[in-house]
Each structure stands twice: as structure tokens, then as C-alpha cells.
Design a binder for this molecule. Structure first.
Ligand code: NAD
Ligand code: HJL
Length: 222
């Protein structure tokens, strides 16, 4: 059992989702509104710990009209429980689940940091030995009533999710900009596939201009 997973991201024409110096204002205003409408319409939103550490995102609906109950459940894939106490995703604006790996479970559960998170109502899910088992996580989220999940990056988690066959749909904003840089993260990093034959095939289902940006929607072929 798993939620329907939509990967949403913004990239430059050269496929970069952030520069090597961590500059990432890519989407135009219209696209950010589209993203927040999507946030409003899903049950959960998930990011990797790399994104939390780089951006300190809120992962709430705050760029379009919304009520507090419109906020999706926030999920952080954080094997080693590195989420900082000050991270905005641990505030009370929405429910938050930190998904971590079993190796770090016992040290974390007795830590002061864990107590602070618990007082804020943050929940934990442990799976995998040293790295979160993403399939087990999807199964758990589905068991919690999460039917739709928006994956909002970053580069490492995106690749792990698509490699595991867990992404159903991809919505990409392509900004009319080029930044280059061998160290700038792309839409899918990770270890990559060795051959084109192993690559994941997609079917383009929609494309339209939005302000200066281009939006492409793909179905992931399984
Ligand atoms: N432009 C966009 O749409 C967009 C969206 C989100 C993030 N970003 C950018 O992406 C960057 C972060 O990307 P990133 O690749 O460094 O980090 P990430 O957010 O992809 O998090 C990766 C981390 O998740 C953890 N993890 C736990 N279990 C895992 C598993 N099974 N598979 C893979 N990872 C697992 C690991 O610690 C790993 O290092 C930030 O700079 C952020 O600004 C851009
Ligand atoms: N769609 C999109 N366009 C961008 O230009 C960009 N940089 C992101 N990046 C997504 C990433 O997850 C950010 O961390 C959150 O968008 C932070 O913002 P919030 O406080 O959660 O609204 N996403």
C-alpha cells in the first residue's frame, strides 16, 4: 500500500534545482501559487533532511488563501535524526513526522532533542538499518490515511524515490534561466543509472506556460 506520489520541483533549463552556493529562487510568483495550491490538495508533503538543513522550509500553505487544516502532514526523511530543534517544520503549524533509520533509534529516543520534538507533537517512524526504507515509509504513511503525497525534493531523495519505483507523477517548472556548475544539484542526483535502458521512462501528459515559466507534467511509466 502506498500514497499516490507527485514529485514537484523547479529547475533551470540546465536542470539545476539550486546553485552550488545554495541560491534557489527559481519559480516565478505564478508557479509558487501553483505549488501552494498543490500543497493544499495533498494529504502530505515530504522532503529530505538536506532540504531542511539548506532551506529551513515551512512546508505549509502560505502563498494562497488557506485555513490551518489545509496544511498537509509534513514528512522529513532524516536517517540520522539531524533535524535541528530550531527547524520550522517542527513548529505546531501542521503535524510533522520525522522518518529515521533504526541504527539511530535508541540514542535519539533518549536524547533531550527528542523530548523537545515530542512536546511539540512531532511523531517518529523508524525503518531500515542505516538509511530510511522508503517503501516501508510509504506503506506506513498509507496506513495513517495518507492517500496523496507531494515530494518536494531534494536531489538525493528524488533519485532514491524514483529508483524505488515510488513516484507516480512529476510536475516540473522550468525557469528560463541557465546557471551551470558541476557542483549545482540537479533534479535527480544520487548514484544514477549506468545505462539509458535502466532509466525510468515517462509520458508527457501536460505542458503549459505560466508567467515566464514552462510547466511540464509527466506520468511515470512502470
Ligand atoms: N528547486 C526545487 O524545486 C528544490 C526543491 C527541494 C529542494 N531543493 C534543493 O535541494 C537541495 C537539497 O538536496 P539534497 O540532495 O542535498 O538533499 P535531500 O533533501 O534530497 O535529502 C537527502 C538526504 O536524505 C536522507 N535520506 C534518508 N534516507 C534516504 C534514502 N533512503 N534515500 C535517500 N536519501 C535518504 C540522507 O541523509 C540524504 O543525505 C537544497 O539545496 C534545496 O534548496 C530544490
Ligand atoms: N517549486 C519551487 N520553486 C523554487 O524556486 C524553489 N526554490 C523550490 N524549493 C522547494 C524547497 O522545498 C523550499 O525549501 C521550499 O519552497 C521553502 O519554502 P516554504 O517555507 O516551505 O514555503 N520549489
Amino acid at each position: 500500500m502506498k500514497p499516490y506520489v507527485i514529485l514537484n520541483a523547479a529547475m533551470t533549463l540546465d536542470g539545476k534545482i539550486v546553485t552550488a552556493k545554495n541560491s534557489s529562487n527559481i519559480s516565478g510568483e505564478e508557479d509558487l501559487k501553483r505549488v501552494h495550491e498543490l500543497r493544499k490538495n495533498v494529504d502530505a508533503i515530504m522532503v529530505g533532511i538536506g532540504t531542511v538543513l539548506a532551506d529551513d522550509p515551512r512546508l505549509t500553505v502560505h502563498k494562497v488563501d488557506a485555513n490551518p487544516e489545509d496544511n498537509p502532514v509534513r514528512v522529513v526523511v532524516d536517517s540520522k535524526c539531524r533535524t535541528p530543534i530550531a527547524a520550522r517544520i517542527t513548529n505546531k503549524d501542521a503535524k510533522t513526522i520525522i522518518a529515521a533509520a533504526n541504527e539511530f533509534k535508541y540514542d535519539f529516543l533518549v536524547s533531550d532533542r527528542c523530548n523537545v520534538f515530542k512536546q511539540r507533537g512531532v511523531e517518529f517512524f523508524f525503518s531500515g538499518d542505516t538509511r530510511v526504507d522508503l517503501t516501508a515509509l510509504m506503506d506506513y504513511l498509507a496506513s495513517q490515511g495518507i492517500e496523496t503525497l507531494m515530494l518536494e525534493g531534494g536531489a538525493t531523495l528524488n533519485f532514491a524515490m524514483i529508483k524505488e519505483g515510488l513516484i507516480d507523477e512529476i510536475r516540473i517548472c522550468i525557469a528560463p534561466k541557465v546557471v551551470g556548475g558541476v557542483n549545482a544539484k540537479t533534479l535527480f542526483d544520487g548514484e544514477g543509472f549506468d545505462t539509458m535502458d535502466e532509466g525510468v521512462n515517462l509520458e508527457l501528459t501536460d505542458s503549459f506556460s505560466l508567467g515566464k515559466d514552462l510547466i511540464l507534467t509527466y506520468k511515470v511509466l512502470k
